[in-house]
Ligand binder design. Sequence first.
Ligand code: IMP
Length: 224
Amino acid sequence: MLKMVLASGNKNKYREMRSVLQETGIDLLFGGDFNMPVEVEETGDTYEENSYIKAKAWMDFTGCAAIADDSGIEVDALGCVPGVHSARIVPGSDADRTNWLLAQMAGKEDRTARFVACLVAVFPEIDKPIVCQKNCEGKLAFTPAGSSGFGYDPIFIPNGYDKTFSELGDEIKQKISHRALALKGIAEMLLPVVQSIAVRKDENVLCASDDCRRADSESKHWEE
Ligand code: IMP
């Protein structure tokens, strides 16, 4: 298995990604198990730039292949705002940001919106990053509804449904969400890459990521 570190300390993301990437021959390591000295700033103008900045920083720090994601919600009537700024468009809680977005939409007829997720994987052995970006199209509700999920889930109704992501719950979300689609896509793209690295390793041409500098022992590795 090729070791790859998730450039995030979010255990939900880790759990979701680990099982999918395992089928691709990747042993995903939890970013929270490393003592990354500084928080990586997302200074890019696009999801791809931000994902790349994070993945590259984690690869440089750990010596391992790394994968990062960036995501957001885009509302057509607001010119695709908040987009890459979704997590910090206004200070406060998820509910504060959701209420802010609903307030911006007052009087607007077009409520079409989409969630966007971009995953970027980088390898010490390969110059070019592997990138997969996917959308989940839908529209904004008029009021928050439902209790599952996070962020803008209570006000996002995906196409083909009449309930918000928060009402629909995790099982449906994990089938149709932007992140699920991007993860499936990048797993397919990574399969031949992982295989070619394994072959080259076998031939002793290069030493892949076995010497990953983990901060802690296996004991801290997150498990359910
Ligand atoms: P980041 O990708 O962790 O930088 O955060 C992106 C932000 O976009 C999150 O903090 C949420 O506000 C929003 N977001 C991204 N994906 C989702 C989702 O699946 N549901 C709800 N909000 C999301």
